[in-house]
Design a protein around this ligand. Structure first.
Ligand SMILES: NC(=O)c1ccc[n+]([C@@H]2O[C@H](COP(=O)([O-])OP(=O)(O)OC[C@H]3O[C@@H](n4cnc5c(N)ncnc54)[C@H](OP(=O)(O)O)[C@@H]3O)[C@@H](O)[C@H]2O)c1
Length: 258
């Protein structure tokens, strides 16, 4: 009931028109699964493709699971070909996958002494390379005759000019690199598809497996549920215009500087 009310609060993605075909990458994640659920609650959304490594166990026929490992280009290409064969064109792609910690391979570094090639590679593979491979194969599917959007979840800590605390070297750098690539893609996209936009989004601090170990100092009022985060970000996407392509926006619509 609460989730339904949150879905109703969207401006229903009106700026994307009707019969919206949407893709959510990272559909098993905290925020990704909330995106899938929110999109299914919007009447103008016809199809939702939920992409993830494991089955998100969707209880509806309006959403279709397609397996993907974003770190494996063959898998990304296969998923894109399947989507193309099913719907032809897309109007919204949200990349909600990512990693901040992963056992012994990756933990947010408190000092340069904790840096390793392994942790840097791990963060970059999932947070930078993966989303960009998704962009390579799905940007060409964005509709050309109306507004469409490609949005990848970035993070405020990926802002170079806003980096006052230091730490979290691998994660910060992987998101900063993601932001640069999104900007670069947006320039090419503008030339071939002027109605489309390509942005980074910061969801705020969201109660998910990714943030769980780092929530101790987050005031309750600043810790969003995944449902609220998805609702915020759909509103941001709805309000953006192609002129704003290439930039990074926070959950409240404010721009995050590079
Ligand atoms: N939570 C926050 O406070 C916060 C703040 C700022 C930014 N963000 C960003 O928001 C995004 C979503 O975060 P979240 O909080 O929802 O994290 P989460 O619950 O840990 O979800 C991350 C998702 O990424 C998927 N993933 C990882 N590697 C993948 C791969 N190679 N191929 C396909 N999927 C892969 C995971 O799939 P598996 O289930 O298969 O592992 C999982 O579904 C991330 O980019 C994160 O950096 C989050």
């Amino acid at each position: 009931m609460v989730k339904r009310m949150i879905a109703d609060r969207h401006r229903n993605l009106g700026s994307l028109g009707s019969d919206i075909n949407a893709v959510v990458v990272g559909a098993t994640g905290g925020i990704g699964s909330a995106f899938v659920e929110a999109l299914m609650g919007i009447e103008t959304v016809s199809r939702v493709f939920a992409l993830s490594r494991s089955d998100p166990r969707l209880d509806t026929t309006r959403a279709t699971w397609i397996p993907i490992d974003i770190e494996d280009e063959d898998s990304v290409q296969t998923a894109a070909e399947e989507i193309r064969s099913l719907v032809g064109e897309l109007h919204l792609v949200i990349v909600a996958s990512g990693v901040l910690h992963h056992g012994e391979t990756l933990q947010p570094e408190k000092t340069w002494r904790a840096l390793s090639a392994k942790s840097l590679e791990r963060a970059f593979r999932t947070n930078t390379v993966g989303p960009i491979l998704v962009a390579k194969h799905l940007l060409p599917l964005l509709a050309k005759n109306r507004k469409s959007a490609f949005a990848a979840l970035s993070a405020r800590v990926g802002s170079i000019s806003d980096n006052r605390l230091g730490g979290w070297h691998s994660y910060r750098a992987s998101k900063a690199a993601l932001n640069m690539l999104l900007k670069t893609l947006s320039i090419e996209l503008m030339r071939v598809n002027p109605h489309a936009l390509c942005v980074g989004l910061h969801p705020g601090t969201v109660d998910s497996g990714l943030s769980k170990p780092f929530q101790a100092n987050v005031p309750k009022s600043r810790l969003f549920s995944p449902q609220l985060a998805a609702s915020h970000l759909l509103n941001v996407i709805d309000g953006l215009t192609p002129e704003q392509s290439g930039r990074v926006f926070a959950w409240d619509g404010t721009e995050i500087p590079f």
